[in-house]
Ligand binder design. Structure first.
Ligand SMILES: C[S@@+](CC[C@H](N)C(=O)[O-])C[C@H]1O[C@@H](n2cnc3c(N)ncnc32)[C@H](O)[C@@H]1O
Length: 196
């Protein structure tokens, strides 16, 4: 099958828009993302790809972990490598059904690698609203954005949608060691009064 880098690159060539990255996230970025994961409870990962973030979450805590990955080859890879992780080969927009189907109540953390910069505004809003509804009141949502694309409208839309959906949003320093460099958003205190 090849290294994770070659697997993700091959999937990128097949479907560049949906895969959204030519290489897996680096260890520094994945460790910062996993920092919001509590020692126990339930975490949901969106877009595990070849599992760089999945591994960081497993290193942090052996808690219940679900993952939604739309690409069947990548979903199969992650499921085969981490049998303890409940991998659903679905669009993140189906998160509500996945959680309900497995009898999972509110979750403690959602860690996303979705390529927000290529998601249309309505898809961004719909997925964020599902995430917000899935979290406990003190749950945390975390995701990253590439620094070179921060000026672009989809990235700016994500930043303002996060502020509209969560009462507290913080941004990490730039993780320059990642290729490409990235920042991490941490969003807490989901606003229950927002409809979209
Ligand atoms: C940028 S890659 C990140 C891979 C990995 N988590 C990492 O950080 O190295 C984005 C992943 O999200 C998946 N993806 C994109 N859109 C998705 C969606 N709507 N629902 C679920 N997964 C999606 C892609 O197939 C890909 O595996």
């Amino acid at each position: 099958m090849g290294s994770d880098a070659s697997v993700l690159f091959r999937e990128f060539l097949r479907d560049p828009v949906r895969v959204g990255a030519i290489a897996p996230s680096g260890r520094l970025l994945t460790d910062v993302l996993a920092r919001v994961v509590p020692r126990d409870g339930v975490v949901v990962e969106l877009g595990p790809g070849t599992g760089a973030v999945t591994a960081a979450i497993r290193r942090r805590a052996p808690l219940r972990q679900l993952a939604a990955e739309v690409n069947p080859r990548l979903a199969g890879l992650v499921a085969g490598r981490w049998p303890d992780v409940e991998v659903a080969c679905v669009d993140a927009a189906d998160l509500g059904h996945v959680l309900a189907g497995r009898g999972v109540g509110p979750v403690d953390a959602v860690v996303s690698s979705l390529p927000w910069a290529v998601l249309p505004a309505d898809r961004q809003r719909a997925i964020l609203s599902l995430v917000r509804d899935a979290l406990t009141d003190d749950g945390c949502f975390t995701t990253y954005a590439y620094v070179h694309a921060l000026w672009a409208p989809p990235a700016r839309r994500l930043a303002s949608a996060l502020s509209a959906s969560f009462a507290s949003v913080s941004v990490s320093p730039v993780i320059w060691a990642n290729l490409p460099p990235a920042i991490v958003y941490r969003a807490r205190r989901p606003r229950r009064d927002v409809t979209a």
